[in-house]
Design a protein around this ligand. Structure first.
Ligand code: SF4
Length: 302
């Protein structure tokens, strides 16, 4: 059970300059942190980084923003082209949602990404995390940006727990908001907190010897183990997600619609699972069936 700290107490636990000084020296040189990158290109990076590691995102993002630098350029591309360019980032529904998001921004917002969290939340594919990440990283706003890494750091530093609760709660935003400095460094503080969780205060092996924070409740309590059963790492092999990925590989590798037989050889282990995966791709609108019974990426049915 998390202990509730008195108002303002969490701020005194986490000294902003310790984190900010460390961030200036140690942050990763990621291409979307270049000052010339536009809010749209930052938004694209946030779509891609949901559930995909940085190392896989970097090459795809670089190609993507060179090819489609603005929302209108993205909206003008065919949805099949977009899904194809998404490559093996996984969870291709994100590509479709990004295309929809680009279309709405180009049509309704003069091709400019909104800077207001409430407006961002109305856009396709943008949830609580992404809206605040765009407001913070693209528009330097003092908003709490709360991802899994941030939740874990706050659980350790502030609450003395090994990890955050498995599901995000409204309280997480309040926790992080309470930590933000009251000056114009708040957006960098948010980015630094996330960076600390991604590179030093990692889930399985926190590198406390490299940690810039002089106070951490979890460390001071002697690293008590997490309550309850350990979280199982998410597997991939044999999942429907893997089967969907194999079917998408076949579709991306072919310029023309493919036959059912071409898809069938992509996964022969379990035909029921293969059918289910194909049905789900059709239901998600990522794949369409042609009038002669073949299959194509959305928009490429000829
Ligand atoms: S001291 Fe260790 S556990 Fe605490 S915030 Fe730093 S890296 Fe994480």
């Amino acid at each position: 059970m998390a202990h509730i700290l008195p108002h303002g107490a969490s701020k005194s636990l986490l000294t902003p300059h310790e984190l900010l000084d460390w961030y200036e020296l140690s942050r990763r040189d990621l291409p979307w942190r270049n000052p010339e990158v536009t809010p749209w290109q930052i938004l694209v990076s946030e779509f891609m980084l949901q559930q995909t590691p940085v190392s896989r995102v970097v090459p795809i993002w670089l190609d993507w923003v060179a090819r489609w630098p603005t929302p209108s350029a993205t909206a003008a591309a065919g949805p099949g082209e977009i899904v194809r360019a998404w490559g093996k980032l996984g969870y291709p529904r994100r590509a479709k949602r990004l295309h929809e998001c680009a279309t709405v921004i180009a049509r309704d917002h003069d091709d400019v990404v909104p800077d207001d969290v409430e407006v961002l939340l109305t856009l396709p594919g943008i949830g609580a995390y992404t809206a605040r990440a765009v407001a913070c990283f693209a528009y330097q706003q003092a908003v709490p940006v709360v991802d899994t890494n941030v939740r874990r750091v706050v659980a350790r530093v502030v609450h003395g727990r090994a990890d955050a609760a498995s599901a995000a709660t409204v309280r997480d935003h309040a926790d992080v908001a309470a930590l933000l400095p009251d000056d114009d460094s708040a957006h960098r503080f948010s980015a630094a907190l996330m960076e600390l969780g991604a590179t030093v205060c990692t889930a399985r092996s926190p590198r406390c010897g490299l940690c810039p924070l002089s106070v951490c409740q979890w460390r001071q309590a002697g690293f008590p183990p997490a309550d309850g059963p350990a979280r199982k790492p998410q597997g991939y092999a044999g999942t429907d997600r893997q089967v969907r990925g194999r079917l998408m590989d076949v579709l991306r590798a072919n310029e023309l619609p493919v036959t059912r037989a071409q898809l069938d050889v992509a996964w022969t282990t379990d035909v029921v699972q293969r059918d289910r995966a194909l049905d789900s791709l059709l239901a998600d609108g990522l794949v369409t069936k042609t009038s002669d019974g073949r299959f194509a990426l959305l928009g490429e049915e000829g």
